[in-house]
Design a protein around this ligand. Structure first.
Ligand code: GLN
Length: 329
């Protein structure tokens, strides 16, 4: 797959809004770069990029939007969507719930009623999903996932091997989680294989533009708006966006739904993807994280854009595709 020849559109209200958000937050030095995966600590804390891709193929981008970073937990949303398609919603819900946990992303905690992880957006749930993908796809699981992620981004994505090695070497907590999943029946196959897929998917290298385009593919019902290829199945996208809305920002998800109101997913690499259904994908990159593991400047940018354009799902000015399409014609 070739890199998309999508052009950046400079002179537009959305572009100017991105510029305002970038200017307003660029000097915010709050938060710290993640270092519990040692290789992540090498990120330049000052990098800051914001991008919007529309469901009709346009791109608006400001700042460090071509700087690569690892997708980390943002991958959980896309992997969940693929598991729904491959294993079906019933089998998926036999392994992982859809309730917000209110606990940190790496918590070792299970739903007391089912012994299953609370949702697929925290580590325990995501590792259960990786296990399910391994069961159905065997050794092809990673290539399958990478191919679909690449279709969504509109270019061939690759793994950051250094981050993968670093995560593999230090992921003892995730190993503990995988073995508990096996003991609880939320994992049926090899914990090592599930973990390997999980570590690899988290180590996929992306940019803010990639996240915006992947979000736009979700917004466009699973079809990449430019290449027209299908990355995700329609009904799985709806289910995934629902879980992103309620669980995508770890133990900040309630505040996020209340203040920002956009289905989103963040990762400790510093990325956030947000989806305005049928309209936009938004991707931000800034590696300094708050105490809950969310990008500080990423959150601030989303808050500003949601406020300015009425992007909150329940904002009375957000009337679906017609609203934004009037801005981007
Ligand atoms: N790979 C990371 C981990 O398992 C992902 C965590 C995250 O982005 N919140 O710890």
């Amino acid at each position: 797959m070739e890199a998309s020849n999508q052009t950046v559109e400079p002179d537009n209200e959305l572009y100017h809004a991105l510029q305002r958000a970038w200017n307003q937050h660029k000097d915010n030095g709050d938060g710290v770069v993640a270092d519990y995966i040692p290789e992540l600590s090498r990120a330049d804390p000052d990098h800051f990029g914001v991008a919007i891709a529309t469901a009709n193929g346009k791109l608006y981008a400001v700042g460090d939007v071509e700087v690569p970073f690892t997708i980390q937990s943002v991958s959980k949303a896309f992997a969940f969507c693929l598991a729904l398609e491959i294993a079906g919603p019933q089998r998926v819900s036999g392994r992982v719930g859809v309730e917000p946990s209110g606990d940190p992303f790496n918590a070792i905690v299970f739903d007391p009623d089912t012994n299953r992880p609370f949702n697929p957006m925290v580590n325990a749930g995501a590792i259960a999903i990786s296990g399910l993908l391994c069961e159905y796809l065997g050794n092809d699981a990673f290539d399958f996932l990478l191919n679909r992620f690449s279709i969504a981004a509109g270019r061939r994505l690759t793994v950051d091997e250094k981050v993968y090695a670093s995560e593999f070497e230090t992921g003892h907590r995730n190993r503990a989680i995988a073995h508990l999943l096996l003991a609880n029946g939320a994992l049926a196959g090899s914990p090592d294989k599930a973990l390997d897929l999980y570590f690899k998917q988290c180590s996929i290298s992306v940019t803010a533009v990639d996240l915006a385009r992947m979000g736009a593919t979700f917004a466009n019902m699973g079809q990449n708006p430019l290449e027209k290829s299908i990355a995700f199945e329609l009904t799985s996208v709806r289910r995934t966006l629902s879980v992103m809305f309620t669980c995508g920002m770890y133990d900040y998800a309630g505040h996020w739904a209340y203040d920002v109101g956009i289905p989103a997913k963040s990762g400790v690499g510093g990325g956030i993807v947000g989806v305005i259904n049928r309209q936009l994908g938004i991707g931000t990159y800034s590696p300094r994280l708050d105490r809950k593991g969310n990008s500080v400047r990423g959150i601030a940018t989303f808050e500003m854009l949601a406020e300015e354009f009425g992007l909150h799902a329940f904002d009375c000015t957000n009337v679906g595709s017609t609203f934004i399409s009037s801005l981007i014609r």
